[in-house]
Design a protein around this ligand. Structure first.
Ligand code: SF4
Length: 242
């Protein structure tokens, strides 16, 4: 993590971090309108971002990607959340048949059931700016992100709570009365699919993800793989100039 980022994480207080997140969201909703969309994973961090987004823009839109392997508690939580925000949240899932391939090839499984539906959401919702709950203190794979990034051409990624510590996420949920998934009560600190989520007492809260495998504390791929295909106009230009 860069010294500048660490300095902000350690020295801004909770109120300053909330105000900074609100400003980032407002600036991007002003700039991108309905093309700024929240990716809601139903985890604690996403719920902070979703609540912030709705406070800044009551018409904010979001998408949820679910898989055949989500715990029943998460499905129930998702269904209640979607019913609470009719028209604001769209659920995406893979059209592929369910195959239990997470043991032999977790990367392939994540690609089929997570990355591909996220790509479809970005295409179908015509997203130019996706808004995530990514935080730089969650784990070893998340230390080098920025609050505003363009890793994919024509797709801005906004990480408005990048600076929040784990405690500040729970502080936000408590202060603003946002319900969290009941599974956090079991000791889990980072929620994913049932077969790939375990309790951890590690410093890094994501170390409970894919625990006991080489992917431990890693990524499903939505933050590391290209999500947006080259725009049609660009493709046409490429063909015309070929
Ligand atoms: S987290 Fe596990 S079960 Fe879920 S998509 Fe990835 S490998 Fe499959």
């Amino acid at each position: 993590m860069s010294e500048d980022l660490k300095d902000l994480v350690d020295n801004l207080h909770f109120g300053e971090k909330v105000a900074r997140a609100e400003k980032l969201l407002k600036d991007h909703f002003d700039k991108f309108g309905d093309k700024a969309v929240v990716a809601n994973s139903l985890g604690k961090d996403s719920m902070v971002v979703w609540d912030l987004a709705l406070r800044v823009n009551p018409n904010a839109k979001g998408f949820i990607v679910t898989t055949p392997f989500k715990p029943p508690e998460t499905i129930e939580y998702m269904n209640r959340l979607v019913a609470k925000h009719p028209g604001n949240l769209t659920v995406y899932r893979s059209n592929e048949p369910t195959q239990d391939i997470y043991k032999e090839d977790a990367d392939k499984c994540c690609n089929i059931y997570k990355v591909e539906p996220v790509k479809r959401a970005i295409e179908e919702m015509d997203v130019d700016c996706w808004i995530t709950g990514l935080r730089c203190t969650e784990g070893r794979t998340r230390t080098d992100y920025k609050e505003v990034e363009e890793r994919d051409k024509d797709l801005i990624k906004l990480n408005p709570i990048l600076l929040f510590k784990e405690r500040e996420v729970w502080q936000y949920l408590a202060v603003y009365g946002v319900e969290a998934n009941i599974l956090y009560g079991t000791g889990l600190r980072s929620l994913g699919c049932a077969p790939c989520t375990a309790v951890t007492t590690s410093e890094n809260e994501r170390d409970g993800r894919w625990a006991g495998t080489s992917k431990c504390g890693g990524e499903c791929g939505i933050h590391t793989r290209p999500l947006k295909d080259v725009k049609t106009e660009d493709a046409k230009e490429a063909v015309a100039s070929a």
